[in-house]
Ligand binder design. Structure first.
Ligand SMILES: [Zn+2]
Ligand SMILES: [Zn+2]
Length: 362
């Protein structure tokens, strides 16, 4: 261990705990903190500075997904903090005590199975999920895993990095695998939202031409400011499909990254993609079915690809782009105690951009 810093680690801490399904959050001040001696090899203790709040956390708390989280549960998977302890007998740790790291949805994976070897760590059968199968980042001290935490480059503030770890990584990977090249047209439904506003920026970094789909003047202004070439207002548009086709010279777009929970978003994409186009399915709605025309999917040689969060490399790339200033999260900070209200806002669709809980705030 090259670092000589030692940290005083308390026995108890503050945490936002979901005790039973239904979304009720209790802020507790007496949650136990795992002591450094109790850490298993490969585990690290991260003193969190902040954590983003994601829609997935709401699903976990509500228990409305086909997968259920064990309860009681501490949610959160967009956390940034300092490694304050590493389990004894950890070999070849890529991080050391004192490093600032991010904790993402994929907390850990075996690194040795076929999925892990092929870079689909998120599909590992032994994957641990932050804030879902293991306690997440809505607490002051989280246990995480040295091989999977994401180093945060100096100069990128922790609160600005937080939402890159889920929202950013998710859209970054989807765009990376969208089989598009510089100059291609990409459609981003929900472009003014939490994932969408990051997707516009990552798409621009890759030289893509962005057609943003959302509604309202505020979102139009935001999307165009972030670099979208065109904005289609789904409320006032007579036909989203026709409008996208006309913008793209009649041919249709090369790709669409669909994060929405509604099946229509997927059906429309099959219609406005050009032949050979790629539909990236990214959102994780609990119930919605993908209903697309099989005829036109085949006839137009459309590719439909699921893209699920991202692996360690995707996380590093997404964070590095943000650290260079090419992608910025639009967020507001709130204290941990505001989480309940944040969930209420999400249910009503009122949260613009992202909310980051700042643990230095009371
Ligand atoms: Zn998330
Ligand atoms: Zn594995």
């Amino acid at each position: 261990m090259s670092s000589t810093t030692t940290y005083t680690i308390p026995k108890t801490q503050k945490a936002a705990v979901v005790e039973k399904a239904g979304g009720s959050i209790t802020i507790k001040n007496d949650q136990p903190v795992k002591s450094p001696e109790e850490l298993e090899p490969g585990e690290c203790l991260v003193k969190l500075e902040c954590s983003g709040a994601c829609h997935t956390d709401l699903h976990a708390a509500l228990g409305d997904w086909p997968l259920k989280a064990p309860l009681p549960l501490i949610g959160g998977h967009e956390g940034v903090g300092i490694v304050v302890a590493i389990g004894n007998n950890t070999s070849r740790s890529p991080v050391k005590i004192g490093d600032r790291v991010g904790i993402k949805w994929l907390a850990d994976s075996c690194l040795n199975c076929e999925q892990c070897r092929k870079g689909r760590e998120q599909n590992c059968s032994e994957a641990k999920l932050s804030g879902f199968t293991v306690d997440g980042t809505f607490q002051e001290y989280a246990v995480s895993y040295v091989n999977h935490v994401t180093p945060i480059p100096e100069g990128l503030p922790s609160d600005a990095a937080a939402s890159i770890l889920c929202a950013g990584v998710t859209v970054y990977r989807a765009i990376k695998y969208s089989e598009t090249e510089s100059g291609d047209w990409i459609v981003l439904p929900g472009a003014g939202g939490g994932l969408g506003h990051l997707a516009i920026q990552y798409a621009r970094v890759r030289g893509l031409r962005v057609i943003a789909v959302d509604t309202g003047d505020e979102k139009r202004d935001l999307c165009l400011k972030l670099g979208a070439s065109n904005f289609v207002d789904f409320k006032s548009s007579k036909s989203i499909v026709d409008e996208i086709k006309s913008i793209t010279g009649g041919n249709g777009a090369h790709s669409a990254v669909v994060t929405s929970a509604s099946p229509e978003g997927y059906q429309q994409a099959i219609d406005y993609l050009r032949p050979g186009g790629t539909l990236m399915a990214v959102g994780l709605p609990g119930e919605a079915k993908l209903e697309a025309s099989i005829f036109f999917t085949v006839f137009k040689s459309i590719k439909v690809l699921g893209s699920y969060v991202g692996n360690r490399q995707d996380a590093r790339e997404a964070i590095d782009i943000a650290a260079r200033g090419d992608v910025k999260v639009h967020f507001v900070t709130k204290p941990m105690g505001a989480l309940k209200d944040v969930y209420e806002g999400m249910k009503e669709g009122k949260v613009a951009g992202r909310v980051v809980l700042d643990y230095s705030k009371q």
